[in-house]
Design a protein. Structure first.
Length: 287
């Protein structure tokens, strides 16, 4: 059985929904894939306390009936909102990206299980940097991003600002397994083919790292990518990478994501999270 792959766009109706749709459609068009629009509704039922005691059983039953009616009404409103959201998103993509097929998926529950349900189809996942629950914060990256990125075996593209078709990219390279995997992914994909590329390594001034950087640039050039390598002396990886991005007008960043465990992240922080939170440009995470 052949499974048709797609780029899964996770939308929630927040201010970044348009950006998510556009970058997902761009990604899908570059790889000749469909877009899967996913909206997940998490509808909590009313808290059903034991209403016996001070009031009679008849009164308690009446109140429980009222709560059930409220639950049904809330579910209907949520369903109507979800239907309108995915239909508007589909129309937006079809109006701006001719020829891109759009599939609609609506599910109840939590985001990660919904994404994992489509694991066999997912070629990439696109998410907004700020979800509906963080729409007023430019720093908070959204509570779901790290959870999804750590669980995903495909690239996760994080975006926030209005879509701009990428003309250049940079790979944040440190010689780690995740960074090498990111290089391999690029070399085997048409996603960034034809764009001006830069592999940027901060610090790591040792022979092993230098050799790894040479191997990375060779691999991409062998795959016909136009790419340059840069070994910068700055000690602070995040500031060094973001300064390079601004100075060279880089449109999209590729990062080998969350190489440390969650426990190490707790004590040492995460370069991945800092980069996502500090740039307005889209970031592709490769786990």
């Amino acid at each position: 059985m052949i499974t048709e792959e797609h780029v899964l766009a996770c939308i929630d109706g927040s201010a970044v929904t348009g950006s998510v749709c556009d970058y997902a459609a761009w990604y899908a068009k570059k790889l000749n894939l469909a877009v899967g629009l996913l909206h997940v509704s998490d509808v909590a039922a009313s808290v059903r306390r034991d209403l016996s005691g001070a009031i009679g059983i008849n009164s308690r039953q009446s109140l429980l009936d009222e709560l059930s009616k409220l639950d049904e009404q809330r579910a209907k409103v949520v369903n109507s909102y979800s239907n309108a959201l995915v239909q508007d998103a589909k129309s937006h993509i079809q109006s701006n990206f001719a020829g891109v097929t759009v599939c609609i998926y609506q599910r109840r529950g939590k985001l990660l299980p919904a994404i994992e349900h489509f694991q066999a189809k997912n070629r990439a996942i696109v998410m907004g940097r700020r979800g509906e629950d963080h729409k007023n914060s430019r720093i908070n990256i959204g509570s779901q991003i790290e959870t999804v990125a750590r669980a995903s075996n495909v690239p996760v593209l994080i975006c926030s600002e209005k879509f701009k078709e990428p003309q250049s990219y940079m790979v944040a390279f440190d010689g780690s397994k995740t960074a090498i995997k990111a290089i391999r992914m690029l070399a085997e994909s048409n996603l960034l083919q034809g764009l001006q590329g830069h592999i940027v390594m901060i610090g790591h001034d040792n022979e092993a790292s230098k050799k790894s950087l040479i191997e990375a640039i060779t691999r991409l050039r062998t795959a016909s990518f136009s790419v340059e390598s840069h070994h910068l002396p700055q000690l602070d990886a995040v500031n060094g990478l973001l300064s390079f991005q601004l100075e060279n007008n880089i449109d999209i960043i590729v990062v080998g994501a969350y190489g440390r465990s969650k426990l190490q992240h707790l004590f040492l922080g995460s370069t991945t999270t800092e980069i996502i939170a500090s740039t307005l440009s889209p970031v592709i995470l490769v786990r």
